[in-house]
Each structure stands twice: as C-alpha cells, then as structure tokens.
Write a protein that binds this ligand. Sequence first.
Ligand code: C5P
Length: 222
Amino acid sequence: QQGTDLMGETVLITAGGTREPIDAVRFIGNRSSGKMGFALAAAARARGAEVILISASTTLPVPAGCTHIRVTTGAQMEQTALAELPRASMVIMAAAVSDYQVLSPSAQKIKKTETLTLELTRTPDILRQIVQQRRAGTVVVGFAAETEHVVEEGRRKLREKGADLIVANDVSRAGSGFDADHNAGTLIFEAGQQVIPLSTKREMAERILNSATSIARQLRGK
Ligand code: C5P
C-alpha cells in the first residue's frame, strides 16, 4: 500500500497469547488470536521490511517472506525477543503475554480435588527490557488492551515502560479487539495522540507503521 518505505528496516513483532503450564495438560492462557500481530507482519513485509515474527498459541498462516519463530511461554518469548533484538530497528509488541506463571508446574496431570490452589508469580516484562536494551534509533511500540480508562492507561504505559508509541484499545467493545478481524483504538505518543476509528486489523497495522515510521525519523534526526 505504501510502496517500499520500510526497505532497510528490520521489524521484530510479537504476536498471540502466551501459555503458562499448570501441569502436563493444562495451561493459563488468554484470548489473544494473534491477528493484529500477523497483520502487522504482513503489512511491514509488503512495505519492504525484513520481518521477524515471534508468535505464541496461534495457528494463523505466516505471511510470506517473514522469519517466524514459534514459542509457548512468556519466558520463551522473552528469551527469543531479546536474542533477536540486536537485529531490529523497530519492535512491535502485539503479543498478550500472560501476566502470571505457575511457580512450580507439575510434570504429571494433577488429579481432580474439590479445590485447588495454584501459586502464581509474575512473568518477565519483555517490553520494558526491550526498551532498556535497544540500540539508539530502534523504535519500540507496545499495546495496551484495556476495558476502562483506555487512553489514560495507555499514556501511563507509555511513560512507565518507556515505549515510543502505545496502541491503546478497548477490548470490551464488541467486534473489535481480541479475536476480531477489526480493531479500534488510540495511538499514544509523547507529542500527542491519534484516534483510529474501527477498521480492519490490516488498516490499523498500516496506521501503526505510519506512526512508527515518523517516530523513527524523529529519533534518528532525519
Ligand atoms: O502491562 P501490560 O501487559 O498491559 O502491557 C502491554 C504491553 O506490554 C504489550 O505491548 C505487551 O506485548 C507487553 N508485555 C510484555 N511482557 C509482559 C507483559 C506485557 O512484553 N510480561
């Protein structure tokens, strides 16, 4: 759509929802479908970028020409993303990383009992580490999936995580957000914000890439 404006860029994208094992057959997961991340990968590739797509728990077809790495847990996604980071000039973290992992998953299937208590610990915040470890000029984009105070939460995340751009979306809206083909939201950056009306995930991806490209130009002083 935009020609080859991303030629020379390497875009690292995370997509899908991580799964944290409880035992041999069960996991903690979430409703992320991976569609937004895969739409970003297809759009970035079509605009000439090299794309490294790290995905969890999705069986969507991988867009042609993208390097694809499949992971399961947040810890695997962290390890893979940090290993690929040195190659990246843009990072877009569309994955829904589970906030918690089971402290000691059981290697055997846990037998049914009337109640079961699991001890959970936080997963590593990959986005925060990416921000800390990126080289100068690498643009970092995060997502904020919220059900209330969407824009305020998005701006707080921009500050707290140190990302260059946050895509804030209201996942409680019908027909948009998790597992939908459409999405809507607000792009939040230091200098301002831009509302994205309900559009296809591909259209939304193009707008996110437009914004990331203009931030890249500013960061790199061009
Ligand atoms: O803090 P919250 O989970 O709402 O932040 C969402 C953003 O941070 C998303 O871009 C998501 O991919 C990223 N994230 C991450 N590692 C985590 C949790 C979230 O990279 N453990």
